[in-house]
Design a binder for this molecule. Structure first.
Ligand code: SF4
Length: 226
């Protein structure tokens, strides 16, 4: 039996894909361990959804849902990522992919085959803080994906989660500058950390405050949960 690496499904959401009634596929496994990540059970979990079950689900949702969101975990790591994108597109759903951008070749292949409509790309941290925030050395992989999407004029958004003890206003200003220097022109989404009972860094409410007015950038900043 195929292991799709899908831990769970949210069958209906209006908030994960703008203006698109969607279901979310939560893929297990990730190549990062972000301190603030509260999807610990998903990241450490095993795939539970079978291929047959998923195909039945998609067939039943045709004409009732508009989109499917591939999220996780890091969905691009699933061995069946491209195949599943194909199954979803065959049924005429729109596809959004949430990704940390580190699996460049797979994303490039999916885009070249017109299997993705929209990407939410996580920009985790400055180069200097990338390892401390994510537990990985994958900054250059992220940067390559970012430049690729910009050069292609692909429809995507960049977003950063902020825990004020980890990233401060200067860090975000530097990250925004990096985006601008690379030609990013869309909105830059900043999501405030949500305290949860479990996250990889055992983080609680930050001791520091974060003043969004101190961010220096020409980009349009969009705030979530501030
Ligand atoms: S927040 Fe980090 S650890 Fe959690 S799923 Fe996303 S990339 Fe992986």
């Amino acid at each position: 039996m195929k292991n799709l690496n899908i831990f769970d499904i949210t069958p209906f959401t209006m908030t994960d894909y703008t203006d698109t009634l969607s279901a979310v596929l939560w893929f297990s496994e990730c190549n990062m361990r972000c301190q603030y990540c509260y999807n610990v059970p998903v990241v450490l979990g095993k795939g539970k959804i079978t291929f047959d079950w998923l195909m039945k689900f998609l067939n039943e949702r045709q004409n009732r849902l508009e989109g499917i969101v591939f999220s996780g975990g890091e969905c691009t790591l699933s061995q069946h990522f491209l195949e599943l994108l194909g199954e979803v597109k065959k049924r005429n759903f729109k596809v959004k992919v949430d990704t940390n951008g580190t699996n460049f070749n797979v994303l490039k292949t999916a885009i070249s085959q017109n299997l993705i409509d929209f990407i939410s790309l996580d920009f985790k941290a400055t180069k200097e803080k990338f390892h401390a925030v994510t537990g990985s050395n994958l900054y250059e992989n992220f940067a390559k994906t970012l430049r690729f999407l910009i050069d292609l004029d692909f429809e995507f958004e960049v977003r950063t989660t902020i825990h004020a003890d980890i990233l401060n206003e200067d860090d975000i200003s530097k990250m925004a500058k990096f985006l601008e220097q690379n030609g990013y022109k869309n909105s830059y989404f900043l999501q405030n950390f949500l305290p949860t009972s479990q996250n990889f860094g055992s983080l609680n409410e930050p001791k520091n405050s974060f003043d969004t007015t101190k961010i220096k950038t020409n980009l349009d900043i969009k705030l979530r949960n501030f």
